[in-house]
Design a protein around this ligand. Sequence first.
Ligand code: PEP
Ligand code: MN
Length: 353
Amino acid sequence: MELQSIILPGIESTRPFVLAGPCSAETEEQVMQTAQELHDKGLKIFRAGVWKPRTKPGGFEGVGSQGLAWLKKVKDTYGMYTATEVATAKHVLEALKYDVDILWIGARTTANPFAVQEIADALEGCDKIVLIKNPVNPDLELWIGAVERIYNAGIRRIGVIHRGFSSYEKKLYRNLPMWHIPIELKRRLPNLPIICDPSHIGGKRELIAPLSQQAMDLGFEGLMVESHTCPDCAWSDKDQQVTPETLRFILNMLVIRDKAVTTENLSELRRQIDELDTQLLEALSKRMRIAREIGQFKKENDMPVLQSGRYDEIINKRCMQAVELGLSHEFVKEVMEAIHEESVRQQLELNSK
Ligand code: PEP
Ligand code: MN
């Protein structure tokens, strides 16, 4: 994919790239007041949802297109860039009419290829930035598929937003971060910027700071944080919003470990890892060769392949050694079980010859 930068003129290219603003545009006053405070705190991109996907009917479903006029006013008054969620072709056309700078596709929409394709078709030929939230379900291919649909519509300034994955069991997080998924996405599409949305992952304002730090430590490019002048009065997602002042504080506290500074140390450590991995593979190969020799002996002496006493002995001994070496018992048990299973498979193969 040949992507172009999502950094807009006047925005620093240093991490994090930040989008901030209320979950929903509620009234013109709330939008203008929040934008003014965010602008005062040095924030440059104002987000607000005007069409809100709600789990159940009857909740606040957004103010619709009139909210886009307020976003336009934010742009004209404070010179901030604007961002909103689009879920249908009509939303796209409306957002383009009000010159919204960044359009994002929400998590429920990304999960639906028909909807993403409809949005992609409506975007064809425009030069906006499009950010694609992860689908609600932990499906990396579906996420990449949505990115491809937007790319195929000719959009080149694309980014993704990691907002966590929903689960039946509600634990610490509102949406599980499952960091390995965005990390794998980064491996597959290294030029695609990743923006973390700690508000929707955490669901609680206390989690915004630690999640933001974690995202920065993982090398993500940006953050999208919900911010409201009076979070407790918000009409949607009130628990996960912070005031512009708190947001500024959180951003100031972030420790940005610059990727470039550590590359050299990292390459030496990576060299050591490569060497150890090679040794592990060589040792495994040797172990399997000996296992086959044992298998040959068992075959010639009509002995069964699996001898459970020996199996228990191997697992128990290795787990005890592991603990002494500072490794986790569970981890080594899993590894040894896998190795033993492969040895048995190889011995059985001899028998079938
Ligand atoms: C939002 O950003 O307010 C929103 C609805 O997000 P998500 O699609 O991640 O639930
Ligand atoms: Mn929200």
